[in-house]
Design a binder for this molecule. Structure first.
Ligand code: GLN
Length: 196
């Protein structure tokens, strides 16, 4: 079987390369027709969650993917991908008018967390650090206009925090990361995801 990598927008090629590096076959999921291909796990890449969410809905992918994830299919959502998984999405507060829920999410909504988008402000729009992630030590973490997890339900484990804020979570086979493991050379996250 293979990993489907959502390829509507954003950093999907980097995930394909990372999966290839750990010996995991993948293909690009772009439309409902691609759902007929066999896959047993899914990667939701970084990018722009509002664009990806709209395209997911337009392509008829939102409900089928929601159903498979709810049924236990492993999923790795990074940055915008974490936002797509979240039960609720808070904006960055920079909008003048009230955000339109249809434009900002929730999208797939299977992961019981509230995420805050663009949560680090302009000064810290992008930064790099290193930290503990579950059992893994010294994991490189590249943040790009990243969200963080503002609150999480009881079924959610926080795997990593940066400055006291949750940046990696797991609920069953759903893994959400605020950062971009595919942009660093460390392949331990993709390796353990491919084994889920
Ligand atoms: N800021 C983007 C969003 O809100 C996420 C950024 C990213 O995926 N690197 O969707």
């Amino acid at each position: 079987m293979a990993t489907a990598v959502l390829a509507l927008q954003g950093a999907f090629e980097e995930h394909e390369r990372a999966l290839a590096d750990v010996g995991e076959a993948s293909f690009e999921l772009r439309s409902a027709a691609d759902l007929a291909r066999p896959f047993d796990r899914l990667v939701l890449p970084g990018g722009e969650s509002t664009v990806q969410g709209k395209l997911l809905r337009e392509e008829g992918l939102l409900s089928p993917l929601r159903e498979r994830i709810a049924a236990g299919m492993p999923v790795l959502g990074t940055c915008a991908g974490l936002i797509l998984l979240a039960r609720a999405v808070e904006g960055d507060g920079s909008r003048k008018s009230a955000p339109d829920a249809a434009q900002t999410g929730p999208w797939i909504g299977t992961l019981d967390v509230v995420v805050k988008r663009n949560a680090y402000g302009r000064q810290l729009g992008s930064f790099h650090t290193e930290g503990q992630l579950g059992d893994l030590a010294h994991v490189p973490m590249t943040f790009i206009r990243a969200p963080f997890v503002a609150s999480a339900g009881p079924a959610v484990d926080v795997l990593a925090t940066v400055d006291g804020r949750a940046v990696a979570v797991r609920q069953g086979a759903q893994i959400g990361l605020a950062f971009h493991p595919e942009l660093d050379a460390d392949r331990r996250i993709h390796k353990s995801f491919a084994k889920l």
